[in-house]
Unconditional design. Structure first.
Length: 155
């Protein structure tokens, strides 16, 4: 996780969750390679998921995720590593409760990551399409440095 991604998720938490505690949060692609979002969600029930076991990972594999169980699903600096982003985002949407939020941060610039594979870069429109794959309506989105971010709400 990059410092810029951490700051974007922190801003989303401050705006969308500042008056709430105890929210069920799922962090997708949460293997600690160079930092995690865990410390940002101290007031919430944070669960870290990845497709491989390792540092910071509480749950391994989508098959172990309860459908519609999470108030917030964070997908930060993860989608670029998924070969099939449509399938990834369908899983993200499937984990989110009705009315729940998706916090998305993806890279927009061509810097190649240290974590392989690294397939994709996204525009603001691409981030909106990812939320569409999840079945979420776009609440807002933007660009910040080399990242694109978006917040979606499930119906």
């Amino acid at each position: 996780m990059h410092d810029s991604s951490r700051k974007l998720v922190e801003a989303m938490i401050l705006y969308y969750l500042s008056s709430k505690t105890g929210m069920a949060v799922l962090d997708v692609g949460a293997l600690d390679v160079n930092g995690t979002y865990r410390g940002l969600f101290k007031e919430h029930d944070y669960t870290a998921m990845d497709i491989v076991a390792g540092p910071n990972v509480d749950i391994v594999g989508w098959e172990n995720i309860e459908p519609q169980a999470y108030d917030v699903v964070v997908c930060g600096q993860c989608a670029e590593h998924a070969e099939n982003t449509q399938l990834l985002m369908q899983d993200v949407g499937g984990a989110c409760k009705p009315g729940g939020l998706i916090f998305l941060v993806v890279p927009s610039r061509a810097q190649i990551e240290h974590r392989k594979p690294d397939y994709w870069r996204f525009t603001k429109e691409g981030a909106c399409k990812l939320l569409d794959y999840a079945g979420a309506a776009v609440v807002e989105n933007g660009e910040a440095g080399r990242d694109v971010w978006a917040v979606g709400r499930m119906p």
